[in-house]
Ligand binder design. Structure first.
Ligand SMILES: [Zn+2]
Length: 139
């Protein structure tokens, strides 16, 4: 979708701080984070809602499935749990802010629980974004 911000990120027309990428999905840092490491996991193909993705029975050839989507979210969340030394990665399927399917992940820092904050953090600077993406990246 030409006017969609996330489609522009997928197309490389807008930059992002990449955490994970495969054929069908992309994860990157939210540039207006609510907690440090706030990550968005999206299908590369434009779907309005997470629940619009087909499942493995209904997907046409070449389409991502909801099972694969949650497997990617699972992989990233458990990666964060491991490298950040925390059990807690809050995750949200909300979908109101950008009209392209996305799942929020809010990793807790070691010993600190990431509750919904009253105020967002400062927008990510290029330096901070690169540094954080390097640290959190799924390799
Ligand atoms: Zn889109």
């Amino acid at each position: 979708m030409a006017s969609c911000v996330f489609c522009k990120i997928v197309a490389g027309e807008l930059p992002c701080f990449k955490i994970y990428e495969d054929e069908y999905f992309l994860a990157f840092l939210d540039i207006n984070p609510w907690v440090e490491g706030h990550t968005l996991v999206i299908p590369k193909k434009h779907y309005r809602w997470v629940w619009d993705l087909p499942n493995k029975e209904t997907a046409k050839s070449g389409e991502p499935t909801i099972e694969e989507y949650f497997a990617v979210v699972h992989k990233i969340a458990n990666h964060y749990r491991q490298i950040l030394g925390t059990e807690f990665v809050m995750s949200w399927v909300y979908g109101w802010d950008v009209p392209h399917a996305h799942i929020h992940l809010f990793p807790a820092s070691r010993g600190k629980i990431a509750f919904y904050p009253k105020q967002k953090l400062s927008p990510l600077s290029p330096e901070k974004g690169h540094q954080l993406a390097e640290r959190l990246k799924v390799k």
